[in-house]
Design a protein around this ligand. Structure first.
Ligand SMILES: C[S@@+](CC[C@H](N)C(=O)[O-])C[C@H]1O[C@@H](n2cnc3c(N)ncnc32)[C@H](O)[C@@H]1O
Length: 284
């Protein structure tokens, strides 16, 4: 059998991992509210054991640990060595959280040991998502709960749509990705996600649309916030990928257009932009 997730393992230990570590505080500020919505949906109780899939730098694992308390336990699993390293460095001592460097689709996980399977934007990257979720279900006790947050479509997510629209006349638009290929938008279609979870053996599958205006950039002044948002767009996400290896003059023109779009967005010492996600819940 071909080894799974080879590209994602390489990318999250290479360019994407390095960029996420470099922008960790910005990214955490941007996605925090989505993670909180998924945590609210699953309502972890004190003493519960939670498996946090694709935990990255661990912010959601720490938020979950605060909910389950000292009697509970959170295990964050991620394929990215730099991000697991950052998660371990950020976790205060005596927090009931452990981090494991492993591919969640095949990791050795204790059978039926968790009450909750959780993820903040970490489950859209599997080559074979139904097989991955079936494997992870093995770690969930009978009756255990699932909650994760994933992006809806690119067209609904202004943090992609607006900056990509700004550069469309400067760099050729990338070919539309295969909507089912592993990547941030591969769970946009809730019918597909329901099929994946059903095939993996889950029941009571439900979707709630969750929209939020989130800080793409922040700073001491509005100008500094716009620069911060621009820096983020040039380092992480689709604009950064569209500009890889482009000559300096093209990068400069594209940056100016993106900056102008960000300058038109609301925010005082921030640049607020709309994100659109699904909060998905299910049961074992
Ligand atoms: C978009 S990031 C989200 C990180 C984190 N949950 C957060 O919200 O900040 C996706 C994460 O999923 C991880 N990931 C991708 N494929 C994975 C796999 N097969 N097993 C475990 N983690 C995976 C990546 O390394 C990355 O940290």
């Amino acid at each position: 059998m071909a080894k799974k997730n080879i590209y994602q393992v390489a990318d999250w230990n290479g360019q994407s991992g390095a960029r996420w570590v470099a922008n960790q505080a910005r990214l955490d500020a941007m996605v925090a509210v989505f993670g909180e919505a998924a945590i609210e949906a699953v309502a972890p109780a004190p003493g519960e054991r939670v498996l946090d899939i694709g935990c990255g730098a661990g912010a959601s694992s720490l938020a979950l640990a605060a909910r389950v308390g000292a009697e509970g336990q959170v295990l964050g699993v991620d394929i990215s060595e730099p991000l697991i390293g950052r998660a371990r460095a950020l976790a205060p001592p005596d927090t009931p959280v452990l981090f494991q460097l492993a591919d969640a689709s095949s990791a050795a996980l204790p059978e039926g040991a968790f009450d909750i399977l959780f993820s903040r934007f970490g489950v859209m990257f599997f080559d074979d998502p139904a097989e991955a979720f079936a494997h992870m279900r093995g770690a969930l006790r009978p009756g255990g709960r699932v909650a994760f947050v994933c992006w809806r479509g690119m067209a609904e997510n202004d943090w992609v749509r607006l900056p990509m629209g700004a550069i469309k006349d400067i760099v050729p638009p990338p070919a539309p990705p295969d909507p089912e290929a592993p990547g941030p938008f591969s769970f946009a279609d809730k019918g597909r996600v329901a099929r994946i979870l059903t095939a993996a053996g889950f029941t009571d599958i439900a979707f709630t649309a969750f929209d939020a205006s989130v800080p793409l950039g922040e700073g001491a002044t509005r100008d500094a916030a716009i620069d911060d948002a621009l820096k983020m767009a040039l380092e992480v996400g689709p604009v950064s990928r569209a500009l890889v290896d482009r000559p300096d003059d093209i990068r400069a023109r594209a940056s100016a257009e993106v900056r102008a779009v960000f300058a038109g967005l609301p925010g005082e010492r921030s640049v607020m932009i709309k994100g659109a996600a699904w909060i998905v819940t299910a049961r074992n």
